[in-house]
Write a protein that binds this ligand. Sequence first.
Ligand code: PEP
Ligand code: MG
Length: 545
Amino acid sequence: MESVRTLDGIGVGNRAVRAEVLRWSARKSLPAMAKSSLGIEVEVNALSMAIANLENQYAAKIKSASNQELREILEAQCAFVTDPELADMAKDFYEQGWDAPSGLQLAMGEFKSLLEGAGGEFGERVADLDEIVYRLIQWMSGESDETVLPTSGSFIIVADDLTAMDTIAFSDVVVGVVSKGGGPTSHTAIVCRSRGISAVVACSGADELVNGQMVVIDPDASQVIINGVLEDTAVDWWAGRSSLGAPVIQVMANVGSVADATKVQGADGVGLLRTELFFLDHKIAPTRAQQMKIYEQVLVAGPDGEIIVRTLDAGSDKPIAFLGLGREENPALGVRGQRVAAIAPQFFEDQLHAIKAAADSVRATGKKIEVSVMAPMIATVEEAEKFSKAARAAGFKRVGIMIEIPAITQVISQLKGVVDFLSIGTNDLSQYLFAADRVNSGVAALLNPWQPALLSLLQSIAIDSAKAGIKVGVCGEAASDPLLAVVMAGLGINSVSASPSSVAAVVDLLSRVDASEALEVANSARRANNPRDAKAGAKAALIEI
Ligand code: PEP
Ligand code: MG
């Protein structure tokens, strides 16, 4: 019998699966740079035909996208493809004598730095742009490398990393994914989570896996088990526990678009409305009236209850062209989040008033919503005071801040009387706590939300918030993991806000534990020395209770 071996990564999902490995074809290398022998017009034409073709491909894929997350990623990519600036830049290179693929590659290089200069670092979006170049050049050379999946059987796709275009081709034969790259907030993780596909991302040993090999993906253990045995797959492992009624802590939903808002079901409200996502492709600042219209639409489409609207979180991995933020050496440590209010005071002022006006007009229709605002990336009590004052002046009764920067976790007692609630953004809090770039898959293991240091910090934030009499929730991607949500409840967190596609599972598990059980589960996780043991300890404790 072959020996059992394990490969570590970061687990996504909560159901173990066993299936045959199918390696996702490695990309062919791009053609070498070459000068044109055909002339500018032919090259310009070749690019515009390739763009038109890819636009059509995107339109078809967007139409058949099985869920909103995927659709939005594809729409954002399609906007890059059809951006006239890309074609214009390529034309400059055709005028210098380059052929169509070479001019495109040179232009995309410039395009990347132009957008970086607009205020953000790309991170995962660089992979999107590389994908676009690859697909355009494939079309120009008359090739297609769409991997064709078998029509029957069960497979675990193994790849270096996957783009949104890749994952759209997944049919029901795909039961699992292993990626060498990608972190807990990568496209691969988000798409797999929303489609209920178990995955292990940031699995550095993925190269060892070969076609036809039988492997188990155990997302709870964050492991790929070569020659492993699967115990139970049919239902969620916690299905044997009976429901106690309502979830032990409140569950809300994260929303970034009108379509997201429509999808929210079973949540108590919206714990995080990311407003910057409405403006990623705006080159001109929206007016107060334009903003109000957008917020109204999303409030109408969303659930009743408390709706926490986050003011613009621009900069770093979220470039907003109209702000004209300069290029920075370290954008994640630069002018981002609430810091942008200092250089774009008019937008900030307009945004607060537009949110308030939208809230009032939607409430006037009888919809039972309570809209509050919170600021991203707050580092000091002074910043919190400034935001709170501005928000209250705009008419808000409840004002909060995000806890994403370690410095603010040290002065929570001083926030008493300043803000009404806190919302922990574990995506950024992990990034700054571990000094690990959230868009660099090379350091993704540090960003595993089960890291003991993060759990410990969540606990001390919960304790300090309770002492200060301030409610605290978690709205980072970590809150979409049902077991981790139980741990959070046990650590003293008052609410979680999950992605719409994860709300049902989070509510389900949180409804099967009481406060003392959640505490026991959290204590087991807290005793561990590494993320894998933390998750395994939490699961074992919950099974035992
Ligand atoms: C976070 O940082 O955890 C968060 C929710 O904010 P975002 O992911 O939008 O930066
Ligand atoms: Mg954040």
